[in-house]
Structure formats: structure tokens, C-alpha cells
Design a protein around this ligand. Structure first.
Ligand code: FAD
Ligand code: FO1
Length: 461
């Protein structure tokens, strides 16, 4: 590696995607999962390299005309957040581009035009990213150094563990050991000097109406208005959660009739908010240890466990990704009689016999965010009322990704696989259809919260 490589950035947050060494020159940050300017290790890394070489730094975002079943609801949230990214980058004199077309054409062409010698991509464990990286790598100049930086997790996913973890209790000690090293403060992104840019690329303006018209998405699932997108709104939401609700997080988070959760998942999913920033703020907050511990376990251990699952499981969204014991038990119960079975459409239109399940489904279709506790019940009942576990997986992922604002996220794939396929869970008592996969019942929920109140609240939305 060249001597112009800055020393401040912790290189363990980065992984090489090519064998090319860094040659001082223009740097491109290919933004994808982490759609923010501040608190972003990928941008910090890209800027340090560019500034050390006194060369330009560009940020681009590749817009997929369709993305894993995302609808107007999610694209609206994402694009409004990206408009804020453009404004924030402009304040730092960093040109921002939204690239439209085939990924293996527009990214290599962009790099070539700007004579980039270094590309930094933010990390994601999803297959779609691996596919993009593979396609782009084939087309870029062999001298271009290509890295990915984990800007989403506190402990980079490949360092948290080199293998698929069995459960939270196996990854927890590994993460806990590394958190003190990685939970560091962020340095601020600095303003670039305009004179380092060649004249045609000194600034940029995204044509947002071209961006909108490039989309070929389902426009029937509309944007929601109870939550506003973007990094400023995310910061406000975090502040409000910490000041008003955090003290009782551990007590209220599993009650769908209480506003006990943070509602941060849409911001975290699109990277409009950094989980590391959330953790730094929460640690400073005045709150009982029980609330802190409970929240930190979700946002660090559970979240990073989900990335671990997707990183090391190619079939994270299918039956094949279940552990062997779960596949075996579900297979043994494949022919068990199902008292109720529903089609995808019946599930989608909340037409089951169960008023609680229907309410949860409606919460999702109407608001784009089903309560976390209901998500487990919702997915388990899809298993109970589907012809096969394979069908159940497909239905749950289809609905989750179509309606949830935080859908198509490793947390979603892991959560659904936990509910239907025992991923990260243990063996339970044997029973019909589920075998030894954990079961949840309507009656069991009666003792946990006021079901009638939940249903009435959803019906009044
Ligand atoms: P809070 O309780 O306030 O938690 C704060 C953050 O911690 C969350 O935003 C999330 O990043 C993390 N977190 C909390 N619970 C979990 C968990 N169980 N696993 C991993 N991380 C967690 N989460 C998504 O982000 N997207 C999904 O599509 C998704 N689908 C799910 C489907 C099912 C069937 C299940 C069981 C869970 C799913 N989850 C999903 C995980 C969890 O339910 C949500 O992250 C949480 O409800 C989001 O609300 P919040 O931000 O208000 O959570
Ligand atoms: N990431 C991209 O790089 N380009 C896209 O066009 C894009 C669209 C998109 C739509 C809905 C959605 O939920 C996510 C989308 N993402 C896109 C990625 C997203 O930011 C996340 O990185 C992944 O879903 C994984 O968490």
C-alpha cells in the first residue's frame, strides 16, 4: 500500500474487494446501505484517502429501478432521505450523483470518467450487493483499488465472527469483547477544496424528476406520514425516544398497546441514522441499567447477529437456510393436518379467522411498521396456516418486504427465519405442524398484553 494511505482510519473496518494497491488519485464512495454524510465510516475512509492525496472525492448512489419488491412506500422514504444527503454533501463541496441504468455499465463508466483510482463501497451481507460487486469488478480497471467498509455495524461483520453463529449467546461474548475497540467517536466530514476538482466535476445537481421516472415499481403501496424520512428527522426521533420513552424500554417494548419501542428501524435500515451514533447517545442517557442493557442487546447483538446470519448463509431467505434440526422436524410434520390454510391473497388482505393476526397484518399494510412483538406471532401463524414451511417463508418475506418500511433487511430475514425455521432458537416441545420449532398461541398472548385494546387501536387507524 502507498504511503499516502492515512493512518487515522481503522482499516479493520475495511475489506479489499480487489488486489489492486491504492494509487493516489480521485476517490469514489459508492453509497448504498449507509445513506448519510456524518457518522459514516465509509465516507470517512474515502475522504481520508482523497485528502491525503489532495485529489477529488465523489459520492455516487446506484438507483435500482426495482429492488427486492420495494414499493413507492420505501422508495419515497429513501429518495427523500437522499435529497438531504445531496444538500449535506454540497455543504462539504462534495459532488453527489445518482446513477441510473445497468449497474455494470453505469458504475464503471462513472469511475472511468472521473479517473478514480480508489472505490469504497459500504458493506451489506445481502446477495444483491454481492452480485453488484461481482458484476462491477469484472468491468473496472484492474488498477482500481476496490474496498468495502462496514459502516452499518459497530463491530465489522467479518471480525465479529468468521462463521455462521448458532445463536445470540454464541455471538454475544465475541461482540462484547470487540465493542470497546470499535465504539469510537466519529470524526466530522470536512469540506473539500473546490480547486482539487477538474472543472466539469466541481459540483453536481441531481435531477430528482429523472430519478423518479426511472423507477418501475408498485405504486399502490403508498408512502406513510406518521414518520418523516431523513437524517434530521432521525436525530429528532432518537432524541425524543431517549428523553421520553427510553427509561421504560425493557418494560414496555414487548407490549404492542404501548409506544415502548424506538421506531428507529426505518432510519437504521436506510442508513439515515448510524446504529453506532444511537449507541453512543444511549450510553450517555440517564436511564435504568435494565433499559440500557435490554436496548443495547437488541441494537448491537441481535442486529449484528442478523448480519452474521445473512453473511454466512446464502439462502437466508429460504427454507434451505434453516438449521438441520428444524428442517428435519418440519419435514416430519409436513403432512400434519392444517385446520386452516390461506392463500397469499387471503393473508395479504387480512382475511384469516384470527382477529389478532388480522390486526397485525393491517398494522403493517396501513402504517408500514408492525410492532416487534406481533411480528413473531404473525410469522409463526403464517407457518401454521400455510401448506408447507417453504410456502410460509415465501409468503412472510413477500409481505414483509412489500409493506414494512424496514423490510428487505438482514433483521427481517433473520426474524422470519427465527419464527418459521428455528434460526438462532433452541428446540422446544414437540407439537403438530411446528415439530420442535417454538410455537406461539393466541391464548398465550392474552396474558402478555390487552389484545382487545390492540385490535381496537389498529381498527381505528
Ligand atoms: P426497537 O425495539 O426500538 O429496537 C431498536 C433497534 O434494535 C431496531 O431498530 C433494530 O435495529 C434492533 N432490533 C430490535 N429487535 C431486533 C431483532 N429482533 N432482531 C434484530 N435487530 C433488532 N427488523 C427490521 O429492521 N426489518 C425487518 O424487516 C424486520 N422484520 C422482522 C420480521 C419478523 C418475523 C421478526 C420476528 C422480526 C423482524 N425484525 C425486523 C426485527 C424487529 O422486530 C425490528 O427490528 C423492530 O421491531 C423494529 O422496531 P424498533 O426500531 O422500534 O425497535
Ligand atoms: N440500495 C441501493 O444501493 N440502491 C437502490 O436503488 C436501493 C433501493 C432500495 C429500495 C428499498 C429498500 O428498502 C432498500 C433499497 N436499497 C437500495 C438498499 C437499502 O438501503 C439497504 O441497504 C438494504 O435493503 C439492506 O439493508
Amino acid at each position: 500500500m502507498s504511503s499516502t494511505i492515512p493512518q487515522k482510519f481503522d482499516w479493520r473496518r475495511a475489506r479489499a474487494l480487489s488486489s489492486a494497491p491504492i494509487i493516489p488519485g480521485p476517490v469514489v464512495y459508492w453509497m448504498s446501505r449507509d445513506q448519510r454524510v456524518e457518522d459514516n465510516w465509509a465516507l470517512i475512509c474515502a475522504q481520508e484517502i482523497a485528502q491525503a492525496a489532495q485529489r477529488p472525492l465523489y459520492v455516487c448512489f446506484y438507483l435500482a429501478p426495482q429492488f427486492l419488491g420495494a414499493t413507492e412506500r420505501q422508495y419515497d422514504f429513501m429518495l427523500k432521505g437522499l435529497q438531504e444527503v445531496e444538500v449535506d454533501l454540497k455543504k462539504k463541496n462534495i459532488p453527489f450523483y445518482v446513477l441510473i441504468g445497468d449497474v455494470d455499465k453505469v458504475i464503471p463508466a462513472f469511475l472511468k470518467e472521473r479517473e478514480a483510482t480508489v472505490v469504497i463501497k459500504d458493506f451489506s451481507p445481502l446477495r444483491v450487493y454481492k452480485d453488484w460487486i461481482k458484476k462491477v469488478s469484472k468491468k473496472i480497471d484492474a488498477k482500481t483499488a476496490f474496498f468495502e467498509v462496514d459502516a452499518h455495524n459497530i463491530v465489522p461483520a467479518w471480525l465479529a465472527s468468521p462463521k455462521r453463529e448458532f445463536a445470540a449467546y454464541t455471538i454475544r461474548p465475541k461482540i462484547k469483547k470487540l465493542v470497546p475497540e470499535f465504539l469510537t467517536k466519529f470524526s466530522r466530514v470536512k469540506a473539500m477544496k473546490p480547486e482539487v476538482y477538474p472543472a466539469p466535476f466541481v459540483s453536481s445537481d441531481v435531477n430528482w424528476s429523472d430519478v423518479m421516472s426511472a423507477l418501475t415499481i408498485d405504486t399502490e403501496v403508498k408512502a406513510v406520514d406518521w414518520i418523516q424520512p431523513g437524517k434530521s428527522k432521525a436525530a429528532k426521533q432518537l432524541k425524543q425516544f431517549i428523553e421520553e420513552r427510553f427509561i421504560s424500554y425493557d418494560v414496555k417494548r414487548n407490549d404492542p398497546t404501548e409506544k415502548g419501542q424506538s421506531d428507529l428501524s426505518p432510519y437504521l435500515h436506510f442508513g439515515q441514522l448510524s446504529a453506532q451514533r444511537v449507541v453512543l447517545e444511549v450510553l450517555n442517557a440517564k436511564a435504568p441499567t435494565t433499559a440500557k442493557e435490554s436496548f443495547l442487546d437488541e441494537i448491537i447483538v441481535r442486529r449484528e447477529l442478523s448480519d452474521n446470519f445473512c453473511l454466512y448463509t446464502d439462502e437466508y431467505d429460504a427454507y434451505e437456510g434453516f438449521p438441520d434440526w428444524a428442517k428435519k422436524t418440519l419435514e416430519l410434520h409436513a403432512k400434519d393436518e392444517r385446520e386452516h390454510t390461506y392463500t397469499r391473497k387471503q393473508f395479504e388482505y387480512a382475511q384469516t379467522h384470527d382477529d389478532l393476526w388480522n390486526a397485525a397484518q393491517r398494522e403493517m399494510t396501513k402504517t408500514g411498521k408492525m410492532h416487534g412483538y406481533m411480528r413473531m406471532y404473525w410469522a409463526k401463524k403464517i407457518l401454521e396456516w400455510s401448506k408447507t414451511p417453504q410456502d410460509a417463508m415465501k409468503t412472510a418475506i413477500y409481505l414483509n418486504d412489500k409493506y414494512e418500511l424496514d423490510g428487505r433487511d438482514p433483521n427481517g430475514y433473520a426474524g422470519i427465519a427465527w419464527s418459521i425455521g428455528g434460526v438462532h432458537d433452541r428446540v422446544w416441545f414437540n407439537r403438530p405442524i411446528f415439530g420442535t420449532v417454538r410455537f406461539m398461541s393466541y391464548n398465550g398472548l392474552k396474558s402478555k398484553f390487552n389484545i382487545k385494546k390492540y385490535i381496537e387501536t389498529i381498527n381505528s387507524l
